[in-house]
Design a protein around this ligand. Structure first.
Ligand code: SAH
Length: 404
């Protein structure tokens, strides 16, 4: 191929690729639609493949519209279409040979989208596709600009640097306090992730809470208490405190072995042997993290206590080299440099997810961000912690254990 043909081919590839960005929202919207219609639940409840007629009459849908939704989601690998061969009795009973038909079945991905499944992520999709969470994305450039301009160019009409506040009038936590339904969406979504993450954390760190004697663990920003209940069950003898804002714990369900405490982590954290924080510190900037971590340090015994942080850790990439690579599921804390390899990224999409989470922090929080290990080291040291280890898990979060 000559240089001109190669250039033209690249242009065609780029032109094809751009549609992903033009219509990027389609995937989330169609998945949300499938959840609302209950398609994953219906397919899961059936022992065999379901025809379009069966699916549309069970769900009360227009067959032609449902066909198009299914065609889209099959193309994305969310559902599968298989051939249905008529049973031997049906074939014998029929006077005319029947043409093979096709039917829909679930896939491991659609199993994650049932409404109430143990591993369901449906509530997370519902949260992120809610108007409240979508609106700040339209203010993202205002979050990045040093100062917002009004004037003739009204493109950046966001006067606050917090995109969530610019869209919804309050920061994300004050908004949740004022809107119990939205607060429930948040807590349900977080509980979805907790049900996936906690088993991965325990597998990666089997002695996470095997401390001496009777142990109390406080989950700071613990939401509805799902995480601390799972920890208490996994580590017999451990007592759990679920600590969160008063409006969150006042509606949290009662959980065995868990005491709910309402308060503000910037003021005081209940005393415990270990403090656990998952997806809390990434909501805050460095100064705020240092304040929270200092309060955590005050809450634990100086000699024996520890702070456990579950967060995505971004690989640091400088001049094509990965620094502080965190290989998933390898139970070590090595942070040696390694040449950036394409295959690492293909095997492990946690970097991609980490970068997405970082954008979510930018859209939904004032100063939140995902951090590299070097950035974590900075906030931990500034908050007075003397040592820490990092353990990757099979989930997007890694575990940092820090000692005063
Ligand atoms: N750790 C949970 C929830 C993470 S979402 C999980 O991973 O499933 C962040 C949590 O921090 C929310 O539940 C929010 O209510 C809580 N939070 C925000 N500000 C807080 C504060 N000042 N004090 C205590 N909790 C706070």
């Amino acid at each position: 191929m000559d240089a001109k043909s190669i250039r033209r081919r690249q242009e065609v590839d780029d032109e094809d690729g751009i549609w992903k960005y033009v219509f990027g929202f389609t995937e989330m919207a169609v998945v949300k639609c499938a959840i609302e219609l209950g398609i994953p639940d219906f397919l899961e409840s059936q022992q065999q493949a379901v025809t379009l007629d069966q699916l549309s009459s069970a769900l009360g849908c227009s067959p032609s519209a449902l066909y198009r939704i299914m065609r889209f989601l099959i193309n994305r690998g969310i559902f599968k279409e298989v051939e249905i061969t008529p049973s031997t009795e049906a074939a014998l009973a029929s006077t005319t040979p029947s043409a093979p038909t096709s039917g829909y079945v679930q896939t491991p991905l659609s199993a994650l989208l049932t409404r109430d499944g143990e591993k369901s992520m449906a509530a997370f999709v519902r949260l992120e596709s809610s108007p409240v969470m979508l609106a700040p994305w339209l203010k993202l450039s205002g979050r990045v600009l040093l100062s917002s301009s009004s004037g003739d160019n009204n493109l950046h009409n966001c006067s606050s640097s917090d995109a969530f506040e610019a869209a919804n009038g309050k920061d994300v936590w004050r908004y949740a306090e004022s809107d119990p339904a939205h607060s429930k969406l948040i807590e349900d979504a977080m509980a979805c992730h907790a049900r996936m993450a906690v088993p991965a954390i325990i597998q990666a760190c089997p002695d996470l809470l095997l401390l001496h004697g009777e142990v109390v663990v406080v989950d700071v920003g613990g939401g509805d208490g799902t995480t601390v209940e799972m920890l208490v069950k996994a580590f017999p003898g451990v007592k759990g405190i679920n600590f969160d804002l008063p409006h969150v714990v006042s509606v949290a369900p009662k959980r065995p072995g868990v005491h709910h405490v309402g308060g503000n982590m910037f003021q005081r954290i209940p005393k415990a042997d270990a403090v656990f924080l998952m997806w809390v510190l990434h909501d805050w900037g460095d100064e705020e993290c240092i304040q929270i971590l200092s309060k955590c340090r005050e809450a634990i015994p100086e000699e024996t206590g520890k702070v456990i942080i579950a967060e995505a850790i971004l690989t640091e990439i400088i001049n094509g080299y990965e620094l502080g690579t965190i290989p998933r599921m390898k139970n070590n804390t090595n942070t040696k440099n390694s040449k950036l390899q394409e295959k690492d990224h293909n095997n492990n999409n946690s970097y991609e997810v980490g970068l997405m989470l970082d954008m979510v922090m930018m859209a939904h929080t004032g100063n939140g961000l995902e951090r590299t290990e070097k950035q974590w080291s900075h906030v931990l040291t500034a908050a007075g912690f003397k040592s820490y280890t990092v353990t990757p898990t099979s989930d997007v979060v890694s575990i940092i254990q820090a000692w005063p």
